[in-house]
Structures are given as C-alpha cells and as structure tokens.
Write a protein that binds this ligand. Structure first.
Ligand code: ADE
Length: 235
C-alpha cells in the first residue's frame, strides 16, 4: 500500500517526515518528494507550496509519477463555522472553489461546464477518520471546505463564502487536490486543523498557530495511516 501525504507548507509535512523510516528525497518539477516507510505503509510525502495550481501539480505527481493508491492531505484552515476553534480538526465532506466565477454566463459560483461545484471526498476514508477520532477521544467535525487563491482575513468575505457554499472552513488547496483525485479516480481525504478564524486577526493568528495546528493535523493523519494499514490487512 502506497499512500501519498500532502501539505501545502513545510510546517504541515515536517512532523510527518520526522516519523519516516529510511527516508530519501527526490526532486521533481521543482518540488521535494520524501519517500519512506511508516510501519507497513510506504509513504510519499510532499508539500506543494501555497495555492491551487501548485496543489494540483503535486497531487497529480503523487498519483501519476509515484503511483500512490490514495492521497491524504494534512494542514491548517481558517474557521467559518463558529463552533470550530483554534486547533480543532475538520475532515472535508466535500470541497468547492470559492474564487471560481463565471456567473456572467449564468452559471453558479464555483462551477465550470463539465465540472461540479462540490467534489465529494472518499466515504471510507472519512469513516476511518471518525473511527480514529473516537479511539483517540478527539473531537472531529465533518463539513464543507471552501478553497481559493486568497488568504481570507475579512469577515464579510468569510460570510459570503459561508452563505454561498454552506462552507465550514476555508483554505487554499483542498479543492484542487479533490479535482485531481476525482479525475484520476483515486480516494482522497482532506484533514485540516484550525489556525485562525479568517477574520481581521487571521494573519496574526495564522503565524501564531500554524505550527501547533499543523502538528495536530499531522499526528492525526499518521494515526489514520495506521488504521488504513490495519483495515487493509484484515481484508
Ligand atoms: N489557511 C489557514 N487560514 C486561512 C485563511 N484565513 N485563508 C485562507 N487559507 C487559510
């Protein structure tokens, strides 16, 4: 079983890379891919750099060049749902692109022809996420994550994203990963820990909580890997 683990920033993947046995690095398309083992799983870990374009490139590379069977994303997000506090975990039910706009042609926000507004994430991986949360006694919310090439630090923009897409959290890569995994027919899971509330304090909060929230997400993802390998061994 070969599992891709992706983040957007070094802070998001470093806690995972630190746990790999016999890691080695390869550079491809100006990105570093770290290959190693975690228990019985072979992992390929990479951070894409921020934003949808870099995320799509890295996700496609992990699936096509490295032949990963599934992709798990670990990172941080801005909270929309007021019940999500700093450090809380959310697993995406579905993802959308809040900055995709061809409404001039009568289409809804987030839609382009032959695409879909929401890409649903893999149900079995979501179930594993909830099982892990239960075992570890950690609260895990499930909800819509909205992605765009914007760092949102504005309550009005946040409200618009909430009202338009029913989103619970926002970030800058998830929907790009979802589109790639859906197109290439590979299961994926997007997990995020909250670093800020996408409001006027978001820049400061992000800098303050990036590392601790990224670590919470990374630790959870590694527990998911253990559970995935265990479930696979039982099949
Ligand atoms: N990732 C974490 N916080 C974010 C925010 N406020 N906007 C966009 N991406 C984020």
């Amino acid at each position: 079983m070969k599992i891709a683990i992706m983040g957007a920033m070094p802070e998001e993947t470093a806690p995972i890379i630190a746990q790999l046995e016999d890691p080695h690095n390869e550079i491809y398309a100006k990105n570093r891919y770290t290959i190693g083992h975690y228990g019985d799983a072979e992992l390929v870990v990479a951070y894409s750099k921020i934003g949808k374009v870099f995320a799509a490139l890295t996700a496609a590379t992990l699936l096509e060049r490295y032949g990963c069977d599934m992709l798990l994303f670990s990172g941080v997000a801005g909270a929309i749902n007021p019940s999500l506090k700093i450090g809380d975990l959310i697993v995406a039910s579905g993802l959308c692109q809040h900055d995709l706009d061809i409404t001039a042609f009568g289409h809804p926000y987030g839609y382009v022809p032959e695409g879909e507004v929401f890409v649903e994430s893999d149900k079995a991986l979501r179930k594993i996420a909830h099982d892990v949360a239960e075992k570890k006694g950690i609260a895990l919310q499930e909800g819509v994550i909205a992605t765009g090439d914007q760092f949102v630090a504005d309550s009005a923009r946040k409200r618009w994203i909430a009202e338009t897409f029913g989103a619970d959290a926002l970030e800058m890569e998830g929907a790009a990963v979802a589109v790639v995994c859906d197109a290439l027919d590979r299961p994926f899971c997007i997990l995020r820990s909250i670093s800020d509330a996408a409001d006027m304090d978001a820049g400061f909060d992000f800098d303050t909580f990036l590392e601790s929230s990224a670590k919470r997400s990374a630790d959870f993802i590694l527990s998911m890997v253990e559970e995935i390998v265990h479930a696979d061994a039982l099949r």
